[in-house]
Ligand binder design. Structure first.
Ligand code: SF4
Ligand code: SF4
Ligand code: SF4
Length: 348
């Protein structure tokens, strides 16, 4: 009998073949199998016969919204600065999107990075994705040669061992606390909607760190980011990071040092997190891309918690909701603004 993910794979392939054959879209953005166990890679199908390469499984952890603006741009006719906009409709693409990726697409539409009319969103309600790092830890770091998925179990095989793992035990932390597994916008829906999930304490990890005194918080922060090698895989995997020149790559002025010195590294992470404030959907793509397991998502999660508490807003939930940090409202809370008088011990 087919598993849930095999059925989703079949339906994604069928939709891709139909959309590409009919000419409704020029490209279909999904995943294909990677060369190692537990790996998949983003794949753009451009012909109906490419559809058979598309796959869906628990390791589809990189957020496909990240590739959407560049894919749309690549299909536009070349233009020089000052040339008039092209006439007529531009080529369209289809993209597979779970709950959080669809919210990132909403953010990209609101920030004018994606034209809604050029995208067919193929929504897939999420069952939570699996952390390859957790799977490796569950088999004590032994080399894995194959992973077979059932609906609630993973069968992991390596040299001289076979081990069954309960799927939920190795689901990524962000997926375990996700309340919105269903796509918030879609043109095609594959599978059944899961509905809003009840999560007792979605910000428990953040609150645990916040409950420490400042010395321990500093210790956590310094230790957690100590092994960062500044490879920027986290930034590159994030659909919010589309700046033509990132602040870390600027040299005039040089906003932050490029070494792995602790101050430079912590500054990079703090600034990157602030750039995502009010926009991050906790998709976990940044954390999944990190080769050394840095929990940088906890910084953006802290900001997500603050934005929810202060502005009642979660990123990308609707195409109409004002963007929390770029829309001025005189009634916005400003208790966090420290006035000069307060700093000197007086009152606001
Ligand atoms: S970290 Fe900031 S500057 Fe760099 S790409 Fe992301 S949003 Fe842009
Ligand atoms: S900062 Fe990380 S969790 Fe947030 S949207 Fe970007 S990749 Fe996803
Ligand atoms: S946190 Fe991880 S992915 Fe990001 S720069 Fe550091 S080592 Fe690279």
């Amino acid at each position: 009998m087919s598993t849930a993910n095999q059925k989703i794979t079949e339906e994604i392939r069928a939709q891709a073949e139909r959309l590409l054959s009919s000419g409704e879209v020029e490209a279909f953005l999904g995943y294909e199998k990677g060369s190692l166990p537990m790996s998949v890679r983003p794949f753009t199908a451009r012909k109906p016969e490419d559809a058979g390469r598309l796959v869906w499984n628990s390791f589809c952890v990189l957020n496909l919204a990240n590739y959407l603006p560049a894919l749309l741009k690549s299909l536009e006719p070349p233009r020089r600065p000052g040339d008039p906009p092209p006439e007529g409709p531009l080529p369209r693409v289809a993209v597979v999107a779970t709950g959080c990726w669809s919210r990132n697409i909403v953010v990209q539409i609101r920030e004018n990075q994606v034209d809604r009319d050029r995208v067919t969103i193929v929504g897939v309600p999420s069952r939570g994705m699996v952390s390859a790092m957790k799977v490796r830890a569950a088999v004590n770091g032994r080399e894995i040669t194959a992973v077979t998925e059932e609906d609630h179990l993973l069968l992991v095989e390596g040299n001289g061992f076979r081990q069954e793992i309960n799927r939920w035990d190795v689901v990524r932390d962000n997926c375990k606390t996700c309340r919105h597994p269903d796509p918030v916008i879609h043109d095609i829906l594959i599978g059944k909607k899961a509905g809003q999930r009840q999560v007792q304490e979605p910000f428990a990890q953040v609150k645990d760190i916040e409950s420490k005194d400042s010395a321990r918080r500093w210790q956590w922060f310094a230790e957690a980011f100590e092994s960062c090698i500044r490879c920027y895989a986290c930034r590159n995997a994030c659909p919010l990071c589309y700046c033509p020149t990132c602040f870390v790559d600027d040299s005039r002025p040089q906003w932050v040092g490029k070494s792995t010195d602790r101050t430079d590294t912590l500054l990079f992470h703090l600034l990157r997190a602030y750039h995502c404030a009010g926009r991050c959907t906790d998709c976990g793509s940044c954390e999944s891309a990190c080769p050394v397991g840095i929990p940088m998502r906890l910084l953006t999660k802290k900001l997500n918690m603050d934005v929810l508490e202060m502005y009642g807003s979660e990123a990308g939930m609707s195409l109409d909701e004002p963007l929390p940090l770029t829309t001025y409202d005189p009634s916005d809370p400003q208790g966090f603004v420290l006035t000069e008088r307060e700093e000197k011990g007086g009152t606001r």
